[in-house]
Design a protein around this ligand. Sequence first.
Ligand code: SF4
Length: 347
Amino acid sequence: MSTVPLLEVSGLCVDYGLGEGAVHAVVDANLVLRKGEVLGLAGESGSGKSTLAYAVTRLLRPPGVITAGQVRFRGSVDLLAAGEHELRGLRWNSIAVVLQSSMNALNPVLRIGTQIADVLRTHRPGMDRGARVARAGELLEMVGIPADRLRGYPHELSGGMRQRVMIATALALDPELVILDEPTTALDVVTQREILEELMALRDRLSFAVLFISHDLSLLVEIADSIAVMYAGRLVERAPASAAYHAPAHPYSLGLLGSFSPLHGPRKRMEGIPGSPPDLRSAPAGCAFHPRCALAFDRCGTDPPPPLLTLNAAAADGAGRREVACWLHDGTHLVPAELAGRLEGTS
Ligand code: SF4
């Protein structure tokens, strides 16, 4: 797998509103996604994951404002400075986005085939009608829907099939990066698993990179190469997926893993995380997670934890780097058994 970053997010900050009343929805986010890699971005609703995705793709709408940072695509394209013309050239062609409610975004009065062909007509003006129909059929079959469904209308398809149509449409122009924001959340577990397996098979075949956003960390660790966890607008942990699963270093990651059943393997008891994510208009002092953290101690209520500390210095420049923003890992504390036992041998 190439080590050249396809997408590099550095110091990204996004506010809602301006001045003293601004809500800091994303604070100093740093992410790297390499060609062909799957990066899972986890966190509960309101953690800032979707805002980050909207900012990266320049789909953010007022009162959202990008206040700092840089987003580079293929190293040379500055997405935050790109003009509308350049962005139009990149969207669909190079960067495709499937948003949370996109399966409900299909036009109910247009046939499926017409809607896929519209994307091809707009972005591949040289393609004739026959080639567009053939490509639309090929795309549908790629996501497990018979090509004769091109003549169908959205209401004739199940929710899972409509979501597959959206994924097929996103892949229409062979993008290098696909951003999927909770693409299977509204679907039952069986359909969810089928779609994810198909998606990962397509990723293996077509080598596009994926930024997969979900509140379900258990799902992400099954499909992603690496994981980033967000809480209250900040990244609190970054790790290879296997390390995030076997040895979560942040108490919030540990709580998220205990909140969802895995897609595969034996059933397990759901623990959940007590309380709710904070209202960002009045986020708690210190570590924003402290009111819900069973491992909190005095300092957590007063001092914000340092931004992502590297746990395994030997991998500091490599893809296996493990980072966490939590006072328990600043080197002056005994890491509690809940985390220490899991961390053994993982650095
Ligand atoms: Fe919990 Fe304190 Fe770590 Fe925050 S800094 S996650 S409150 S232990």
